[in-house]
Design a protein around this ligand. Structure first.
Ligand SMILES: Nc1ncnc2c1ncn2[C@@H]1O[C@H](COP(=O)(O)OP(=O)(O)OP(=O)(O)O)[C@@H](O)[C@H]1O
Ligand SMILES: [Mg+2]
Length: 600
């Protein structure tokens, strides 16, 4: 279809606003144009975070000289046949991207259609259009954008650091690449490893996985649950990460609607809602979901940058998505904690329900309860967190010690290797050992940081941690700050880091998991604060690290260890909540227990 100028009444119906907000928006528009042109390979090169140079080359249909000349004019597009904005099947439709870019930068386009004798080039410099010139180009289209926003210095002031803009570009390339596995992509930046993605053969589940692995990591592929459901003409398929794969931000949450990657807030909210509290508060699941529906079911003409959408029937989309995700998660045998605690509450509230006779003295509990009572011994001694302070620890070392005087009482048992049951003079206390220990480690780290620094332990063998280039460069960029936090990292090739030391308080921890979580934290903090890890970000990073240094649930503790943990909690500020805001313990007053049994 030739490029044509849209009539004014149609122009008036197109969502107006700023198309080009930052370098990543330019990259997005140019890649989308290449996809619309049927490209099978798209190569992106940038310099200076995209502010210096953005080059996008494709092997798509190319443009005739006439089309090329018209394409840089406002509201000129080849993608709208009639005047129907409700049935858009291409990524572009407004004829706004190229002129918007040309208005604020030095834009040059070379293009050649299949079978044409030669290629042509055109330039637009801050809105001034040149004439057509012959060019040397074998096929497709090659767009170069230099000195972005040089024509609008006020805009330039709002740009974040080069690293942040580069990261935003890499994110966009990954999102689009995930949505179009049939296309080969590459991203080359001056300072960092290129992203190279070969084209994958068709067939979502198979091809999707190989590209998914490159973009979301092999961990995701291993722990991804297939999702597939449809209702009427709307369908969803893809992969959902296990709830345990949660991340501190939504960067690993990929939603694609009719081939268009979106960061639509309501849609992200729906995905998070489906996980419920399987994922801790404030954390995000990892997901790659492809929604497909007839074009008239979704309005893409909502936002000037086309990042948001409006569904004709949002409720249908929401319930399809939630149902599909719940099914996938349910099939994996993971029960929602919400429904679990609901069941417990119901049982407590309705004592008429039969409860199997089960005394506290019976060592083997009923199905589902693996251990009840003190363990003989722990697999590996739990490092005491507090400096030994004689008075408390000394008399709390046996299961028989009375809780007299101690707010959290004396440890009586360990449940499921996860919960400590303690008794005070007037209450029963249940402690989530992981949550509690995590809080203690966090407070301890904070205290050390404020008082002369966090002590580090040298790893016996420095560990090479493979990450993606993004994460690696974030970590290396923040090496000085991380060193203050007790984490010694060095660059190791383009997409890995070498870890030499970790905070002593963390004990033996999963270094890879630690690093990738800290990198996610950095990505998130950087978004908010630009380049530096400010006080708040520092706290956030510490809390991320604390999570890794904590006794996980599932660890058998000795009575001594349990009591030591209780005494530590009593001495530590804020120990009633873990770093994710969940309670670390609950207390059931004896009086309330008596009420439950109708003794009062
Ligand atoms: N890489 C390309 N290959 C072939 N044709 C292209 C390419 N880039 C742009 N064009 C042509 O130039 C026209 C204008 O592009 P532009 O991005 O400004 O608008 P659009 O894609 O039609 O709509 P939108 O503003 O929503 O992106 C397109 O309609 C298309 O015909
Ligand atoms: Mg376009």
């Amino acid at each position: 279809m030739p490029v044509r100028q849209l009539p004014q009444d149609l122009v008036n119906r197109i969502a107006a606003g700023e198309v080009v907000e930052r370098p990543a928006s330019v990259v997005k528009e140019l890649i989308e144009n290449a996809i619309d042109a049927g490209a099978r390979r798209i190569d992106v090169a940038i310099a200076g975070g995209g502010l210096g140079l953005i080059r996008v080359a494709d092997d798509g249909s190319g443009m005739t000289p006439d089309d090329l000349s018209l394409a840089v004019e406002r509201h000129a597009t080849s993608k709208l046949a009639g005047d129907d904005l409700s049935r858009i099947v291409t990524l572009g439709f407004r004829g706004e991207a190229l002129p918007s870019i040309g208005a604020v930068a030095r834009l040059s386009i070379q293009s050649r259609t299949a079978g044409a004798a030669e290629a042509f080039a055109i330039e637009v410099d801050a809105g001034r259009k040149s004439g057509l010139k012959p060019a040397a180009l074998a096929y497709g289209t090659r767009v170069e954008v230099r000195d972005l926003f040089y024509a609008t210095p006020a805009r330039l002031k709002f740009m974040k650091s080069e690293r942040v803009e580069t990261a935003a570009i890499a994110d966009i390339v990954k999102r689009v690449a995930l949505a179009h596995p049939e296309i080969a992509f590459s991203l080359v930046t001056r300072e960092r490893a290129a992203l190279r993605l070969e084209a994958c053969p068709p067939g979502l589940i198979d091809y999707g996985l190989s590209r998914l692995g490159r973009i979301l990591g092999e961990d995701f592929v291993q722990d991804a649950l297939p999702v597939r459901a449809s209702r009427g003409a709307i369908s969803v398929e893809g992969f959902a990460g296990l709830p345990t794969l949660h991340r501190p931000n939504g960067l690993q949450l990929y939603l694609i609607v009719n081939g268009r990657p979106v960061r639509d807030k309501p849609l992200v909210g729906t995905a998070r809602a489906a996980y419920g509290d399987l994922v801790p508060n404030g954390r995000y699941p990892m997901l790659a979901l492809f929604l497909t529906m007839p074009p008239e079911e979704v309005d893409v003409n909502v936002h000037p940058a086309k990042t948001e959408l409006r569904f004709r029937d949002p409720i249908a989309v929401r319930s399809l998505l939630i149902g599909a995700l719940r099914d996938a998660l349910g099939a994996a045998g993971h029960r929602a904690t919400a429904s679990l605690s609901q069941a417990v509450l119901e049982r407590v509230a309705r004592p008429d329900r039969p409860i199997p006779p089960q005394g506290f003295n019976q060592p083997q509990a009923q199905a589902g309860v693996r251990s009840f009572g003190f363990a003989d011994r722990a697999q590996e001694p739990l490092q005491p967190l507090a400096e030994p302070s004689g008075d408390t620890r000394g008399n709390a070392t046996t299961g028989d010690a009375l809780g007299a005087g101690y707010p959290l009482g004396a440890a009586r048992a360990q449940l499921q290797d996860t919960f400590i049951i303690a008794e005070t003079d007037d209450a029963l206390v249940i402690v989530d050992q992981h949550a509690a220990h995590e809080r203690l480690v966090y407070e301890r780290l904070k205290h050390s940081l404020a008082n002369g620094g966090i002590s580090r332990q040298l790893l016996l063998i420095p560990e090479v941690v493979e990450l993606d280039g993004e994460a690696a460069s974030l970590l290396v960029g923040a090496a000085a700050e991380l060193e203050r936090l007790g984490l010694l990292v060095e660059a190791f090739g383009a997409s890995a880091v070498l870890v030499r030391e970790v905070p002593g308080l963390l004990g033996t921890c999963n270094v890879k998991g630690l690093l990738s979580d800290v990198a996610s934290t950095l990505a998130e903090e950087e978004d908010a604060t630009g380049n530096r890890l400010l006080a708040e970000g520092l706290d956030h990073a510490l809390s991320t690290m604390a999570c890794h240094g904590s006794v996980r649930g599932g660890r058998r503790l000795t009575p001594e260890e349990m009591n030591a943990l209780l005494r530590d909690m009593e001495k530590t500020p804020f120990s009633g909540q873990c770093n994710h805001g969940r309670p670390t313990y609950i207390e059931l007053k004896l009086a309330d227990i008596e009420k439950l049994f109708q003794r009062r």
